[in-house]
Design a protein around this ligand. Sequence first.
Ligand code: CP
Ligand code: NVA
Length: 300
Amino acid sequence: MAKRDFLAVTDLTRDDILRLFDLAGRMKAGAYRETPLAGKSLAMIFAKSSTRTRVSFEVGTYQLGGHALFLSSRDIQLGRGEPIADTARVLSRYVSGIMIRTFDHAEVEELARQATIPVINGLTDLSHPCQVLADLFTVREGLGTWEGKRVAWVGDGNNMANSWIEAAQVLGFELRLACPEGYEPNRRIFDRAKQGGACIEVTEIPEEAVEGAHVVNTDVWASMGQEGEAQARQNAFRGYTVDAELMKLAAPGAIFLHCLPAHRGEEVATEVIEGPQSRVWDEAENRLHVQKALLATLLG
Ligand code: CP
Ligand code: NVA
């Protein structure tokens, strides 16, 4: 059987996602006791910081009977210029899967092409599919389904926004993004989703995106690697804070999501992230359950 990678939400079908979430649900409920990763190792390459991704993949691998290696790209030869292709071929001889967080998405694609084992995208500048899977699981948990729901994205058209667009393409819910001019999501991902029939719209007006939404989502204004643009971004994103006033426009019972880490007072007001509509801690927890289901499916 050919190995399967998970580089983008579009690598999964709707049925794949439903199956994955049933498994994740069983794992979360404590009704799964198998150890499909017994005797297996997961290499985790990090070129950027992480709390949730690192801990949830490491703990998840352990809970499935396997072992995870944290490899900072600063400490392995990759950081000294060893080609990604060589790294892929060598790691394929030792471990059963690779999770990678880095800057350039093309590097992850190259790693996946050269590796003979599954490769999982743990975030690139382009996308963050593991997070959006956990977000979708949280939506299903909170609202029962995403079918017929409207999802709002407020802020930067970043890696998270791009993965939400891919999710809308695969699952067919309505997605409205409010991004300032010059900070729109990736054009190629947007066009491909549109051609695939996705119900997505981009506006510059946060109120337009949030009006009647069942899920309101945001993320930092300056992502990892954009620290030098922080001041310019603060100016560009003025008026894009998800606060209680904006949340009032959402549908009754709407939930608030944020992948974290959050900057209170910037993209989200404290009253919202700490308020009754916030599901951010469940969302963070669900990284563990959904990724365990993913690991069991791809590496098990
Ligand atoms: N949401 C998320 O991926 O968090 P970390 O950067 O802490 O992994
Ligand atoms: N957009 C953020 C997500 C962090 C999990 C970043 O890339 O830094």
